[in-house]
Ligand binder design. Structure first.
Ligand code: COA
Length: 325
């Protein structure tokens, strides 16, 4: 099997900033409540004429430039999203066309907040086996399109953005291990009920606000801490490493209290956690990748460092990955 790593990173965050103070005017909430309960100060909101593909394309171009590859060098594009441009075709197809990545197969995957780790793991398999040489892995979301702006339980948490990585064969380091899992029995804790084949769009589904994300946050909180801790333990064990070997943990950014609780359970000190939730909120599949991209850009990840990705989301699903940079 070939050694596989990330050779280029990119991101795109929409310009519009929605602060907690802006939300105070929309729902019964306070800046203080949002910061203390979640760690979020502001989030980005895509414009009406920006779809997920538009965000993804910009992040992808930056990642390709960073990797010094042309779109024609790509063999595969995997786009993790739960807010694609439309149910079909895949948003990855739209990105493939916009980039003129003529030689690339393209597909979307749906694994919510763990989407980027799932997508990275799939890309790794294709490259490790020698089937493909270069893959583009993107996490992109326009959660503002499925946010109920009258529901204070959810609207304060979510944001829009995209991150991308170019994944290729590397000579040293690279992905050391990945661990993915799912517990479908708790799918009702986080979902968007209408718009699929179970409950197709109708006047009734629109009137009853079923096209918005629904979440039972309090119940999810405990499961998130447990699942992310377990996934981190498993993935490190598979890699033959311990928590002391980890230089930086880059977790999914749903709630800073979840992240700090996981780090505490794992015995990882706070200075080894990368957090950008303050600026962006929860961007589902875009969160982990954007955090990784920013950690790299800020010099928090250096050559030879051990980086632990750890994500959890609707499904319920979880995914962790250890990378030697
Ligand atoms: N502003 C002010 N009050 C709010 C509020 C808001 N935006 N949202 C909820 N509240 C209220 C609730 O109505 C509740 O009031 P009550 O006690 O009078 O009923 C109170 O705050 C506490 O609510 P609770 O849900 O227990 O708060 P919490 O501490 O669990 O925080 C979340 C809520 C959503 C921030 C938190 O549970 C969370 O982050 N959950 C996990 C999210 C997650 O992991 N998602 C999956 C991965 S994407």
């Amino acid at each position: 099997m070939r050694r596989v790593g990330i050779i280029g990173v990119g991101e795109y965050l929409p310009d519009k900033v929605l602060t907690n103070h802006d939300l105070e005017k929309l729902v019964d909430t306070t800046d203080e409540w949002i910061i203390t309960r979640t760690g979020i100060k502001e989030r980005r909101i895509a414009s009406d004429n920006e779809a997920v593909s538009d965000l993804a394309i910009k992040a992808a171009r930056e990642a390709l430039e960073d990797a010094k590859l042309a779109p024609q060098d790509l063999d595969l594009i995997i786009l993790a999203t739960v807010t694609g441009d439309m149910p079909f075709p895949s948003t990855a197809s739209i990105v493939q066309n916009a980039l003129s990545a003529k030689h690339a197969a393209a597909l979307d995957i749906s694994a919510a907040c763990a989407g980027f780790v799932y997508a990275l793991s799939i890309a790794q398999q294709f490259i490790a086996s020698g089937t493909y040489k270069n893959a583009l892995v993107i996490g992109a979301e326009k959660l503002s399109a499925v946010t109920d702006w009258k529901d204070r339980n959810t609207c304060v948490l979510l944001g829009d953005g995209a991150g991308a990585c170019v994944v290729s064969e590397v000579k040293e380091g690279g992905i050391l291990s990945t661990y993915l899992g799912c517990d479908g029995s708790n799918m009702e804790l986080l979902n968007m009920p209408a718009g699929g084949s179970r409950m197709p769009a109708s006047h009734e589904t629109v009137d009853s606000r079923m096209h918005y994300l629904k979440m039972r946050g309090n119940e999810l909180f405990k499961i998130a801490v447990k699942s992310m801790t377990m996934a981190a333990e498993k993935v490190l064990e598979q890699a033959g490493l311990t928590f002391r070997d980890v230089d930086l943990i880059v977790p999914h950014q749903a709630n800073s209290r979840i992240i700090l609780a996981v780090a505490k359970k794992l015995g990882i000190p706070e200075d080894k956690i990368y957090l950008n939730i303050e600026k962006y909120g929860n961007m589902s599949s875009a969160s982990t990748v954007t955090a990784l991209v920013e950690a790299v850009k800020e010099g928090r990840v250096k050559k030879g460092d051990i980086v632990l990705l750890d994500a959890f989301g609707a499904g319920l699903v979880w995914g962790a990955c250890v990378i030697k940079w």
